[in-house]
Write a protein that binds this ligand. Structure first.
Ligand code: ZN
Length: 177
């Protein structure tokens, strides 16, 4: 049975650590962590979650884009565990888009990210995967990848003027799209 994990919040030093590589993907604790993260991200209306967000400082995250109340326009995909991920190439084009974070409740920011990235990761079966990701899914990957290096989306903002509250986000952004 997978369980709902508590999500730590900004201020917890684990969120600022560089996470370590996952050595053994077949370890049942890693497989259980993947199941638990998938349950947790769905329940929290997230579109991605990284292991450090549940106080596990290892290089693993879930990308699980789908429309939900926090991201009504997100594209639908199968939730995917990405282990020891890397960004191997990226576009020169950078786009700004709204992000939130389960560790930073109540706040949204307009974050610049590469529009397209080429990534590699190991999947939960131990197979190396290479993919090109664009737009919102590329944004999720970059956000989660940052968590593995102790970076949060607030660090990427160009200006504090690009921060708004969740309430204003719901009013201004979601209701106008
Ligand atoms: Zn986050």
């Amino acid at each position: 049975m997978s369980e709902l994990l508590p999500i730590i919040q900004l201020g917890n030093s684990i969120l600022r650590q560089k996470a370590s590589l996952v050595e053994n993907i077949n370890d049942e604790r890693i497989q259980k962590l993947i199941d638990d993260l998938m349950t947790t991200v769905a329940k929290a209306n997230g579109v991605g979650i990284a292991a450090p967000q549940v106080a596990q400082s290892c290089r693993l995250f879930i990308v699980a884009s789908r429309p939900n109340p926090r991201y009504p326009n997100a594209p639908e995909m199968e939730p995917t565990a990405m282990i020891n991920p890397k960004i191997v190439a990226h576009s020169t084009e950078v786009v700004k888009g709204w992000e939130g974070c389960l560790c930073v409740p109540g706040i949204r920011g307009l974050v610049p990210r590469y529009q397209e990235i080429e990534v590699e990761y190991t999947d939960r079966n131990g197979k190396l995967q290479k993919q090109e990701l664009t737009d919102f899914v590329a944004r999720i990957f970059q956000h989660e990848y940052d968590h593995l290096d102790g970076i949060v989306f607030l660090d990427r903002l160009e200006s504090t003027l690009d921060i708004i509250t969740e309430q204003e986000y719901q009013k201004q952004v979601i209701n106008n799209t």
